[in-house]
Every structure is written in structure tokens, then in C-alpha cells.
Design a protein around this ligand. Structure first.
Ligand SMILES: Cc1cc2nc3c(=O)[nH]c(=O)nc-3n(C[C@H](O)[C@H](O)[C@H](O)COP(=O)(O)OP(=O)(O)OC[C@H]3O[C@@H](n4cnc5c(N)ncnc54)[C@H](O)[C@@H]3O)c2cc1C
Length: 400
């Protein structure tokens, strides 16, 4: 069925839409615009038409809407690595629990791996009502193909309305693969997820247009509604070991021979930055003045046993690697203590650290916006203030 409605009374035959269609689905036949089966309803032609003569068919929405009622429940993929579960999947369980409660449905966790029963139990204690526990040697190390197949099979059989994954490297990879196999929408790197109280749809919030607006994205016609969510934007649930739930063992229909990729060797990269899990972060910005200036920032970070962060201004100038960047296009962090030194506090930086428990700002400009979010502000030259702070903390912490 063609997916486009042409209003021939409005169409003036300018052919702008024919050029705009990436699928060659539009043509003029005897002076009248026609659409072929090649139309995917991508909408490119709608914007090109100066006469507003083109619309997507409403029938299509209704046709798909019938199927939507078969989908229910919120699902979370619980990522594990070498049998251990990090912070981000637990945050996803906390977020999933909230969404499931808002929708009045069950929360299901998907635990894939080998010998990871303990993670299935942890998922229950962190809010899941049910866990699909898929134990198979082929799932021991993460590989896109087998993980996608198992998750897609589960979705096709049980039909969840929403599937949430943490925006880790593996989560981003798996989500893209699963969404494209299922032909559903995916919003990557969300900074907020909530339920629209009127429609029941998942409102997926993420920065758009270079971070200049926050877009709330919905997926009205396809299921499941899929999103990956950044670390540290959702609250970590408090585990309740007494919580009861159902663990459903699932057999993976996989053999090593079916899988195109082989794990030959795995080398664990030493994460020297580990911003994501640091409880204390001392960050430097443009005010640090150069790579050398970061020695002062490191001094304080070392005394406090914290990690070194940076603003984009410092990273872009090559003073410190990107892995240290905090902010909208860097890491989102939520430490107990965030000390911003020589950082002005532009909105893109705040987006990555403003939920830190305690924020201390050191800046020589009393009008710097960072003071607007800081719990404690020190107006002064960081090269005087930071070494003094390091010295005072060293004494306090009885370090030599
Ligand atoms: C799409 C987009 C995405 C972005 N993403 C990010 C992001 O992820 N993270 C990020 O940080 N930025 C990001 N930015 C950039 C952001 O807008 C700011 O340009 C950047 O945060 C500025 O960094 P800064 O405050 O460290 O540097 P500057 O603007 O150079 O400010 C330096 C500050 O240091 C103070 N200062 C100078 N010398 C001293 C001193 N000796 N002692 C004490 N204070 C001193 C100054 O008063 C000033 O407040 C993004 C921008 C865009 C458009």
C-alpha cells in the first residue's frame, strides 16, 4: 500500500518532491504526480513541497496501532562483564522500575551470559519482577550477533512495550542492532525517560541540534519503544535482598558454528580515568592555562584520592585527553564531591556534573556562572587556591 497521500488540487507539478525523494518513489504520469510502492513514508518529500500537497496516510497509523495493544511491560537489559554487573545496568533497573510503576506493568530484566545466575538474583533485588536468564557458553563474552539474536527472539515472543539499555559501549551497540532487526525506533543517549500521562508513551529526552535544545522523542507506531540512557542520570536503586521475583531460565538457540565472530583474545584496557565511578573529581578548565597547569589539578585529586576531569575547552586545546571531558559531549558524572577549577560553568559543562552531591567552584571571576550551581565558591586564582586546598586536605587527612 502506498503510504503517501497526494492532494492533486494543491499540486502544481513543480517536481520538487521528485528530486527530494531518496527512493525514486515519485514520478509525473500524464501531468499527475504518482507515488509507487517504493515509498517508505520517510517524509523527505513533505518538506520539499511548497504547496503542502503531500501528507502521510493516517490509515497506516491506524493499521499499526492495532498491533500495539499486544505489547505490554517494561524491559531492561542487564549488562554484565566477566560475571560482574557495573553501575549502569543497576541504574537502568531503577529507571525501569519507575516507568513500570507509572504504567502499572511488570518490570522484566534480561540477563544474558554464562554462569551469571547471581546477576539474575541481583536484578530482582534491584526492582525486577521477572528475569529472563539466558545461560549459554556462547554468551560468555559480549558479541553483537548472538546477544542480538537472543534479545530479539525474547522480544518477538513476549512483546514488551519498552526496552531500555544503558548507554555503555555494549549497550549502544546492542540497542542499534536489536532496533534495526525489529524495525523499531531507538533514541540513543537519553538524559531523561518518563511516561506521558495522556498517551502512555515513553518520552525519551536527549539533547539535539548540537545540544541547543532538549528534544522529547516518542515512538508512537512501533514496538518496543527503545532507548539507551546515559550513566548517572538515573538514581541507583537500593537493593532489597528480601525482594521476591520470578527467574525464568531461557535456552539460547545458538551454536558456536552459527556465530560469525570469534573471540581470539581479550585484553583488558587499564582505565586510568574511571570518571564514571569516581566519588571525588577535581576538574580543570580554560583557567588552567595549559597541559602543565593540570599538574596543579592532579595534585589536589591525588591528595583526595579522586579522578581528574576537564572542560571541553581544555580538551579541545589538547591539554588533556578526551576521556577526561565532563559535560554534554563528554562524561556525565555524579560524584560526592566535584571541584571545578578555572571552569566558567557553561550549560554544556553543567549538563555533565550539576547533579554532583557537593560542588565546589574555584574561579577568579565572581560573576562566573559556575557559582550559580556551586555549594561552595572560592573567588581567587586557582594556582594559589588549589595548592593551598591540597595542603590543607593533606594535613587534615594526615597525608605526607
Ligand atoms: C554542542 C556543544 C557541546 C559542548 N559540550 C561540552 C562538554 O561536554 N563539556 C564542556 O565542558 N564544554 C562543552 N562545550 C563547550 C562549552 O560551551 C564551553 O565553551 C566550555 O565549557 C568552556 O570551558 P571553560 O569554562 O573551562 O573555559 P573558558 O570559557 O575559557 O573559561 C575559563 C574560566 O576560568 C576562569 N579563570 C581563568 N583563569 C583563572 C585562574 N587562574 N584561576 C581561576 N579561574 C580562572 C575564567 O574566569 C573563566 O570563568 C560544548 C559546546 C557546544 C556548542
Amino acid at each position: 500500500m502506498a503510504l503517501l497521500k497526494i492532494d492533486h488540487d494543491k499540486c502544481v507539478g513543480c517536481e520538487a518532491c521528485i528530486d527530494a525523494c531518496p527512493f525514486g518513489a515519485l514520478s509525473m504520469v500524464d501531468g499527475l504526480l504518482e507515488v509507487s510502492e517504493a515509498c517508505t513514508a520517510c517524509g523527505a518529500c513533505l518538506l520539499s513541497c511548497p504547496m503542502h500537497a503531500l501528507n502521510l496516510l493516517k490509515e497506516r497509523e491506524a493499521e499499526v496501532a492495532i498491533d500495539l495493544t499486544a505489547y505490554s511491560g517494561v524491559w531492561v537489559w542487564v549488562e554484565q562483564f566477566r560475571g560482574e554487573v557495573g553501575g549502569i545496568p543497576l541504574e537502568m533497573l531503577g529507571q525501569g522500575r519507575k516507568l513500570a510503576d507509572q504504567r502499572g506493568v511488570a518490570l522484566t530484566a534480561c540477563v544474558l551470559g554464562h554462569k551469571v545466575e547471581h546477576i539474575a538474583e541481583k536484578a530482582i533485588s534491584c526492582g525486577a519482577d521477572r528475569v529472563f536468564h539466558v545461560d549459554d557458553p556462547t554468551l560468555e563474552a559480549y558479541r553483537t550477533g548472538p546477544y542480538s539474536k537472543v534479545l530479539v527472539d525474547l522480544v518477538l515472543e513476549h512483546k514488551p512495550e519498552a526496552l531500555i539499555l544503558g548507554a555503555s559501549s555494549r549497550g549502544r551497540d546492542l540497542a542499534g542492532s536489536v532496533a534495526s532487526i525489529l524495525h523499531t525506533g531507538l533514541t540513543a543517549d537519553c538524559t531523561g525517560l518518563e511516561i506521558d500521562t495522556e498517551t502512555g508513551l515513553l518520552l525519551q529526552t536527549r539533547p539535539a541540534f548540537g545540544g541547543n535544545i532538549m528534544a522529547a522523542i516518542v515512538c508512537p507506531y512501533h514496538r518496543p519503544q527503545m532507548a539507551t540512557m546515559r550513566q548517572h542520570v538515573a538514581q541507583m536503586p537500593v537493593p532489597d535482598p528480601g525482594r521476591r521475583g520470578q527467574i525464568v531460565p531461557v535456552k539460547a538457540v545458538l551454536t558456536e558454528a552459527d556465530i560469525a565472530t570469534r573471540v581470539i583474545d581479550s585484553i583488558l584496557e587499564k582505565d586510568e580515568v574511571s570518571l564514571a565511578d569516581a566519588r571525588i573529581i577535581v576538574s580543570g578548565g580554560g583557567g588552567v592555562g595549559g597541559a602543565e597547569g593540570f599538574k596543579t589539578i592532579r595534585l589536589l585529586a591525588d591528595v583526595l584520592g579522586g579522578a581528574v576531569g576537564a572542560s571541553r575547552s581544555a580538551v579541545d586545546r589538547g591539554w588533556i585527553p578526551y576521556a577526561h571531558q565532563v559535560g554534554q559531549t563528554g562524561r556525565t558524572v555524579r560524584p560526592d564531591l566535584y571541584i571545578a577549577c578555572g571552569i566558567s560553568g557553561q550549560i554544556q559543562h553543567l549538563a555533565g556534573m550539576k547533579t554532583s552531591r557537593v560542588i565546589v567552584a574555584v574561579n577568579k571571576d565572581p560573576q562566573a556562572p559556575i557559582f550559580g550551581v556551586a555549594d561552595y565558591g572560592i573567588v581567587g586564582d586557582l594556582f594559589e587556591v588549589v595548592p593551598e586546598l591540597a595542603e590543607q586536605f593533606r594535613k587534615k587527612l594526615e597525608k605526607k
